[in-house]
Structures are given as C-alpha cells and as structure tokens.
Write a protein that binds this ligand. Structure first.
Ligand SMILES: CC(C)(COP(=O)(O)OP(=O)(O)OC[C@H]1O[C@@H](n2cnc3c(N)ncnc32)[C@H](O)[C@@H]1OP(=O)(O)O)[C@@H](O)C(=O)NCCC(=O)NCCS
Length: 197
C-alpha cells in the first residue's frame, strides 16, 4: 500500500513534493544542449516510476492537465508506460501510457512532458510509440481524455464524445473526483488502415 492510500497527506510530504517540483524546474533550465541529440521512446522500467510520478504530480499541481497517480499505481501499470530519456540517460524527459481497455480499444493515459522541453516533439514521440504498439497488438481504436485536444488533433485524432466509451465511464469515470465537473474532452484515432497496411 502506498502512503497516499493511507489517508490525508502529511504536511512534511507536501513540502517534500514542493521541493521536488522546484528541483524539476531547476534541472529543466539547462536542458537546451541535451535535447539537441536524437531522442526516442523506449519501454519504461521500474526505476523510471519515481520520475514518472514526479512529472505527473508536477502537471497535476500546476495546471491540472493530468489526473494524479500514486507511485503504487505507476508501478502496477509500469508495463503500459513508454518514456523518453535524455541522451545521457540521467533523467526522464517525457512519459505516457497505453492502457488496453478491451479487445479493440486502448487509452493513452498520463501523457507528460518535462516543462523545460515542451514544444520539441517529445509528446508526439510518446504518442507515436503508443500508437505503434497499439497497431502491433492489433487494436483498432485508441482514445484519450484530455484538456488539450488541439495537440491530439495535430497527431491525427478526432474529437469524440466520452459516451462512445461506456466501459471507461463505468469503470473509471464514476470513481473520478472530477466526475461531476469533468473538463476533459475525448479524442480518438481509428487504426484500422494501419492494421491493414
Ligand atoms: C500536451 C503535451 C503532452 C504536448 O507535448 P509537446 O512535446 O509539448 O508537444 P509536441 O512538441 O510533440 O507537439 C506536437 C504537435 O502538437 C502541437 N501542440 C503541442 N501542444 C499543443 C497545444 N497545447 N495546443 C495545440 N497544439 C499543440 C505542436 O505545435 C506540434 O504541432 P506540429 O508538429 O504540427 O508543429 C505537453 O505539453 C504536456 O506534457 N503538457 C502538460 C500535460 C498534459 O497536458 N498532458 C496531456 C494530457 S492527456
């Protein structure tokens, strides 16, 4: 069981998280040289979980663009995640997960790019890697729930209604703290052409 599952977050933990966010920003400031090298997505390993958690927590706390995940949830789903690391392999620049929902449907979740490396194609690298994996697995449709649908539209997704994914609504949305005030938009991409290619 994770500390998050044990009850209210102690103040010390909140302070620790705040200092982690600052550390992330500090490191981001000097990334311009590192990201000139070719970057690629690769499967996450368990050692990536704390960094993935830190990036998700950063975006949850600063913009609310992603839902929070406990470190425990990240370990449990670590095989869903792909990551982009900096060329020196010292740290994580981006992450995202492809979560299979049903025989023909998967969701892209927890897509996060380091705040110092936005707009350099890392989000696209993660999404493309998730879509390649979806095609390899024979999945026909991938969707995401997002506050930034325009980003996904650039990558070939179309806006759709969340009601198109009733299983998602029943399984997860009903338990979400944002259920009655959801600000996320469903986007979807049809992979059937790629499957037949
Ligand atoms: C949204 C996010 C994943 C985009 O990643 P990124 O690395 O900055 O985006 P990329 O550089 O790969 O952009 C790919 C394309 O999308 C466009 N784009 C990126 N962010 C966009 C946005 N917010 N609105 C509209 N278009 C956007 C880019 O201009 C680019 O278009 P082009 O290739 O035609 O020039 C990243 O900014 C992020 O982590 N944001 C905070 C967390 C979040 O919102 N996650 C998504 C929740 S599902």
């Amino acid at each position: 069981m994770t500390s998050e599952a044990l009850g209210p977050t102690p103040a010390a933990t909140v302070r620790q998280r705040a200092s982690e966010v600052h550390a992330l920003q500090d490191i981001s400031a000097d990334l311009s040289v590192a990201v000139e090298a070719p970057l690629f997505a690769e499967a996450a390993n368990v050692g990536d979980a704390p960094e993935i958690h830190r990036l998700i927590q950063y975006w949850f706390e600063t913009t609310g663009d992603v839902l929070p995940r406990t470190e425990g949830e990240i370990y449990e789903t670590i095989r869903d995640f792909v990551v982009v690391r900096d060329p020196g392999k010292r740290r994580l620049l981006a992450a995202g997960a492809l979560h299979v929902e049903w025989k023909d449907l998967a969701e892209i979740k927890s897509l996060v790019v380091d705040p110092g490396t936005q707009g350099r194609g890392l989000g696209r690298i993660i999404v493309d890697a998730c879509l390649d994996e979806a095609v390899d697995m024979g999945l026909k449709t991938v969707f995401a729930l997002t506050t930034t649908p325009a980003f996904f539209e650039r990558l070939g997704f179309r806006i759709s209604g969340v009601s198109a994914f009733p299983r998602k609504v029943w399984n997860e949305c009903f338990r979400c703290p944002k259920y009655n005030a959801c600000d996320e938009i469903a986007v979807t991409i049809d992979l059937r052409e790629r499957l037949n290619a």
